[in-house]
Design a protein around this ligand. Structure first.
Ligand code: MRU
Length: 319
């Protein structure tokens, strides 16, 4: 791994040696240190997901796929391994989608194909999303929906990369993303590596930047998109969507079809992860919902690898 330059296998991979292991770049240590974490059982992969050593909906799915393949190589009870992995985080549908896709063929080859396909999906959706940018666009993004979050290239950050390559992007405003700072630590690091101009802001600064006309559009990833288009993403996305509507700015959600959950009718049925309150405050009582749901009517378009989908989402997503 060269510092700062990430191939998909630098983010997460399965090594079949003795002992077999899933190796992942520990995202908790970024951007200060590029350190790999080795997981030697499905339970250790589940723990790495739960502790955010690897995070972001598509990357969680890829890691779980490798975790199940690792369990098969080690002769673990596969039904139990799947249960343990499925219990790691509740909101990102990609986790359950990836485990279901691996069930009939829990092999390293299948897991690697799933990883490759997710990265391909990212490149395709990024190309569609970049069509929504105009020359000189100043985009605001939240959390990290980059290569780290997807196993390579990125969804929302992939769109920013493609728009930059096409000469359409002026700069990116990066929400720091309290409480765990995925924006300030991970998105800023990825943008710096890609040579894309960016500026990190406190989450609370987004409103006034929009009011001053310093933002042209908002682009985010998603953890789960319900059949009606309601979208769960990192806590704070809903607030941005309300602000975007107030300032008449478009909000684009960029996510692979593996994030679309047609079996969940609306956002009200999406389970929202409550994390350790200690991530918010160790001194006072705290609450720590990790995601919120943005109602479909506040989303200008949902971009998948299949193209740009607009309301009514119940029809456009199903198609
Ligand atoms: O808690 P995290 O860091 O896993 O949250 C990640 C997000 O909310 C991302 O925006 C989402 O998973 C999309 S990643 C392409």
């Amino acid at each position: 791994m060269r510092p700062g330059v990430l191939a998909p296998e630098d983010i997460v991979r399965l090594e079949e040696g003795d002992p077999a292991r899933v190796v992942l770049l520990d995202q908790r240590r970024l951007p200060d240190e590029e350190v790999e974490l080795e997981c030697r059982s499905a339970a250790e992969v589940a723990e790495a997901i739960a502790q955010l050593a690897i995070r972001g909906a598509p990357a969680i799915g890829v890691a779980a796929a490798y975790g199940l393949a690792l369990a098969a190589l080690r002769g673990e009870d596969l039904a139990h391994a799947e249960q343990v992995l499925a219990a790691s985080r509740p909101t990102a549908i990609n986790l359950f989608w990836a485990l279901a896709s691996m069930r009939d063929d829990p092999t390293p080859e299948r897991a690697r194909a799933l990883h490759r396909e997710e990265v391909e999906r990212c490149k395709r959706m990024a190309a569609h999303a970049a069509d929504l940018f105009e020359p000189g666009t100043r985009a605001l993004t939240h959390c990290n929906a980059g290569g780290l979050a997807t196993g390579g290239y990125g969804s929302a950050v992939g769109a920013l990369r493609t728009a930059w390559e096409r000469g359409l992007l002026e700069r990116v405003v990066v929400d720091e993303t309290r409480p765990l700072l995925q924006g300030a630590r991970l998105t800023a690091w990825e943008l710096e590596t890609a040579g894309i101009p960016h500026v990190v802001i406190a989450d609370a600064a987004a409103a006034s930047m929009m009011a001053r006309g310093e933002v042209d559009l908002i682009v985010t990833g998603a953890d789960r998109i319900a059949a009606n288009g309601d979208t769960a993403n990192k806590i704070g996305t809903y607030a941005l969507a309300v602000l975007a509507a107030h300032h008449d700015l478009p909000l684009y959600v960029v996510a692979p079809t593996s994030t679309v959950d047609l079996a969940t009718p609306t956002g009200a049925e999406i389970p929202i992860e409550e994390r350790d309150p200690g991530e918010v405050s160790t001194r006072f009582p705290a609450r720590n919902p990790a995601f919120d749901v943005t109602p479909a009517e506040l989303i200008t378009a949902i971009v998948t690898e299949n193209g740009v989908r607009r309301a009514p989402y119940a029809e456009s997503l199903a198609a």
